[in-house]
Design a binder for this molecule. Structure first.
Ligand code: 5AD
Ligand code: SF4
Length: 471
């Protein structure tokens, strides 16, 4: 292992100190101290949660369901207000629980806490919360936990920006055979509706050397599938110094795919304005780079796209989709769509429907526009009435579903490799795996298959997933 830097050493010291306190607590209870990390939101948060879990395990805690947890952390999302509401709802119900189990530790972290007034609001409305921290200091959990356990006071520590890098800390992966790898943090794009640049900060790319070292280590630990994570992977590296080591995204992804033992590489999320021909060529040429591109459209109306500060228009987006489909014939293209952005007209929505028809998305996540305080779009007076949004949303959703069913039907009857991920909880004797295009397949099998590739005939398409038979 490489030499640790000062922040990493500091955190390991706190992990050791926590170990002592957790040990005492455990002896007093006559059982293990249990933790649970509840994750809201995107893949970035899921990855942060794996880091939080890694730290908690190292302090001697063991994983448990939410209702048995002595230490319960909520890793929050704030991209839309329903995510916020869910967290406050869950925190509200914990008031009683905490009354009956006063030694329980409740923490809130993640994107929501980075909002200017959030910490105050949590303190006021949820006095039973013990620790509040943000997205820039996930790695300091042991320090904050130690402070709370030794002083029994509310511990709040939210950083405005990333101050230090601590990469050598433990991580507890959800799956032994696949892993996310952060390639950049934050976002520079300031789409007018989006709160991410405010809560995750400016884009910071990790060095290619650090990323490739992590991928190599993961491969040695048995990981076969890597998901490269960034808010905008296509602009990876642009902020790095020109030191001869710098790579652009297409170079990086090829290098990751060339790592011994790695069988599949995915990436998320692409911004259409930065998607290069070189990246499309890399996906087409490299068998280990999955033929799946998540390419958020947001709106099909060039007028709204301009207003949203997306820096592409309808024509450019469709051109890109055409290029992807031409160069990578079996590519799966998925997208995000926002319905009801301020000022949206029925004509704008028609444009969105037109793109959905023409692009024929394999899958699309559709969202109703949500006002996020502090973003330019939230201050606009031409917000769209709820019932109009609902009507347009339903139109978009039903077309999206029609298109994805059409796309999915194309693979019916084919035999394709599947990476088996888990035992199917709903159907006894079945397992669930994923195709290269990210679709799920359920088929007869047992836990011994988890983590391996098997060939499966896709016997029946169920719209968003397949039923199959192992060859
Ligand atoms: N309202 C609705 N959807 C949003 N997204 C981001 N901000 C908002 C908002 N204010 C969606 C975008 C983005 C996805 C992660 O979340 O579609 O691509
Ligand atoms: Fe938000 Fe736009 Fe950045 Fe995506 S690219 S995180 S939508 S600001």
């Amino acid at each position: 292992m490489s030499v640790m830097n000062a922040p990493e050493r500091e955190q390991f010291e706190y992990i050791e100190k926590c170990r002592g306190l957790i040990g005492e607590w455990s002896r007093k209870k006559g059982r293990n101290i249990c933790y649970c990390v509840v994750t809201f939101g995107c893949q970035m948060n899921a990855r942060d949660s794996e880091k939080l879990k890694g730290i908690l395990e190292e302090t001697g805690c063991v994983s448990a369901p939410e209702d048995e947890a002595d230490i319960l952390l909520f890793n929050t999302c704030t991209v839309r207000d329903n995510a916020d509401r869910k967290v406050y709802g869950r925190l509200g119900t914990l008031k009683e629980v905490k009354n009956s189990r006063p030694d329980m530790v409740i923490g809130v972290c993640g994107c929501m806490t980075q909002e200017k007034t959030a910490a105050e609001k949590i303190k006021k409305t949820c006095p039973h919360v013990d620790i509040i921290f943000g997205t820039h200091n996930v790695h300091t959990l042991a320090k904050l936990l130690y402070r709370h356990l030794s002083e029994h006071t509310l511990t709040v520590d939210i950083w405005d920006e990333a101050r230090e890098v601590a990469e050598a800390l433990p991580v507890r992966r959800k799956y032994p055979f696949k892993s996310g790898v952060n390639i950049s943090f934050g976002c520079n794009n300031f789409c007018t509706y989006c709160i991410v640049p405010y809560v995750r900060g400016r884009e910071r790319s990790r060095s290619a050397a650090d990323i490739l070292t992590e991928v190599k280590r993961l491969s040695e630990e048995g990981v076969v599938e890597i998901m490269l994570l960034g808010q905008n992977v296509n602009s990876y590296g642009q902020d790095l110094p020109d030191d001869g080591q710098k790579m652009s995204f297409h170079e990086l992804i090829r290098a990751v795919a060339d790592t011994e033992g790695i069988e599949r590489v995915r990436f998320m999320t692409s911004h259409p304005k930065d998607m290069s021909d070189e990246l499309i060529d890399a996906i087409a040429a490299h068998p280990k780079i999955c033929n799946h591109v998540h390419l958020p459209l947001q709106s099909g109306s060039s007028r709204l796209l301009k207003d949203m500060n997306r820096r592409y228009d309808k024509e450019r987006y469709l051109e890109l989709v055409g290029k992807l489909r031409e160069k990578i014939p079996d590519v799966a293209i998925t997208t995000d769509i926002i319905v009801g952005y301020p000022g949206e007209t029925d004509e704008d929505n028609e444009e969105t429907l037109d793109v959905i028809r023409k692009a024929c998305f394999d899958n699309a996540f559709t969202f109703q526009y949500s006002k996020r305080t502090g973003t330019p779009a939230a201050a606009r007076e031409d917000q769209i009435p709820r019932e109009v949004v609902t009507r347009r949303f339903n139109e978009v959703l039903s077309l999206v579903q029609e298109m994805s069913r059409k796309r999915a039907a194309l693979w019916e009857g084919k035999t394709l490799p599947v990476l088996v991920e888990e035992v199917n909880e709903k159907e006894e004797g079945f397992v669930t795996g994923r195709l290269e295009n990210n679709m799920s397949v359920h088929f007869k099998g047992d836990a011994s298959l988890i983590g391996s590739f098997v060939n499966v005939v896709l016997t029946e398409c169920k719209g968003f997933y397949y039923i199959g038979e192992m060859k």
